[in-house]
Design a protein around this ligand. Structure first.
Ligand SMILES: Nc1nc2c(ncn2[C@@H]2O[C@H](COP(=O)(O)OP(=O)(O)O)[C@@H](O)[C@H]2O)c(=O)[nH]1
Ligand SMILES: [Mg+2]
Length: 347
């Protein structure tokens, strides 16, 4: 904290505010002194967590080993190269298993070209992957339900074998019902900052439900209506990637009666999404994964190397901003924060 305050004549107690860099108040005050946060020292909340688990910047301590708030995630984004991944899908579609599965697999081996290099959210990951580990071994799985409220962020540091340096991945997790509610009220999506902040929007299609005669049409319409709500409410960005992910591929493969039809349904969902949303995203790509297979029909983690590689692509926002604004490299991380914080559209 001292490092920060002594370096700045202008300062703000809001960790999201960049007034010292750009003279702009995050709350929108033109008279900086009118903002109640202006002039005060940066506020950092401490919780009990092992020192070694925190990503360190001089003088700044991030909150503990649980999933991060948006403000704490912001500090990670500022302190190192970082890809933000939003994972969207209805309850039970496999969001938590996917996030926990990535972490768990990395504890034992590399995933594709990526190796584990640390995390500031180990407790959150452990909880997410605990159930998916045991669910793989027992017949009736149970996963803890993601709580309602703001999105929280799981943080992973990764190294790529053929590159120097770490790169962080922040996975935004939010209760699935909140996304579904945007179908009838798209404006709700304006409150979901992870949507306009993410580099890859990841929308899940539940393979298990695609097998079911009475639910398969719902899967297709959930994907379409979700994307429509995000786009209509102005939350998507043309530099973002869109991953459409078929989860539970083991269950699909195992079902001799409906498995092939489920794959055809999924392919059609992808075609329809491409047709409707191609101009709203930089790239749209399908994936098929088994984060927590229940038997031998798929390998645990199948498909996840491709997905992780996609998530870790160089963020499109940099390519976009280089063309339109040519920012200094050091300014790029701020470029992703400012429009989000100010509620602007063209990050
Ligand atoms: N068969 C199978 N089941 C899975 C897989 N991934 C997740 N599940 C199960 O799907 C259910 C919902 O998963 P969860 O990750 O909690 O979904 P969330 O509500 O979207 O976070 C749980 O019972 C999981 O065990 C998978 O790859 N294969
Ligand atoms: Mg969940």
């Amino acid at each position: 904290m001292d490092d920060v305050s002594e370096a700045r004549t202008k300062q703000c107690s809001n960790p999201e505010c960049r007034v010292a860099q750009d003279d702009r108040c995050i709350e929108g005050f033109t008279e900086l002194e009118s903002c109640s946060h202006y002039g005060k020292a940066l506020v950092i909340i401490e919780t009990a967590a092992p020192e070694a688990t925190r990503p360190m910047r001089p003088g700044i301590r991030l909150p503990g080993a649980e999933a991060l708030s948006a403000a704490a995630a912001q500090l990670v984004i500022r302190s190192q190269p970082c890809n933000v991944i939003a994972i969207v899908g209805p309850h039970e579609s496999g969001k938590t298993s996917l996030i926990g599965g990535i972490y768990d697999l990395l504890q034992y081996s590399m995933i594709g070209r990526y190796a584990f290099a640390g995390t500031s959210t180990p407790h959150a990951f452990e909880r997410a992957c605990h159930d998916s580990r045991s669910a793989s071994k027992r017949g009736v799985p149970h996963m803890e339900r993601t709580e309602r409220g703001d999105a929280t962020y799981f943080h992973l540091d990764l190294v790529r074998v053929d590159r120097d340096g770490k790169r962080a991945a922040l996975f935004a997790n939010r209760d699935g019902e909140a996304y579904i509610e945007t179908h009838t009220n798209p404006d709700l999506a304006k409150g979901f900052v992870e949507l306009r902040r993410c580099d890859t929007l990841t929308v899940l299609a539940d393979g298990f439900k695609l097998l079911d005669d009475s639910e398969r049409h719902q899967v297709a319409s959930d994907v379409r209506l979700t994307l429509r709500a995000f786009e209509e409410s102005g939350q998507t960005r043309t530099w973002q990637q869109l991953a459409i992910v078929l989860t539970k591929i083991d269950a699909v493969r195992k079902d001799k009666d409906n498995g092939e039809r489920a794959i055809r349904d999924f392919n059609r969902i992808v075609e329809d999404v491409r047709e409707e949303f191609a101009r709203h995203f930089m790239d749209i790509r399908p994936f098929q994964v088994a984060a927590s297979p229940k038997d031998g029909s798929a390998e645990r983690g199948e498909g996840m190397a491709d997905l992780l590689a996609y998530w870790m692509n160089e963020p499109g926002r940099y390519r976009h901003s280089q063309v339109s604004h040519s920012p200094q490299p050091s300014a790029r991380a701020f470029g992703r924060l400012r429009p989000v914080a100010l509620g602007g559209r063209n990050a």
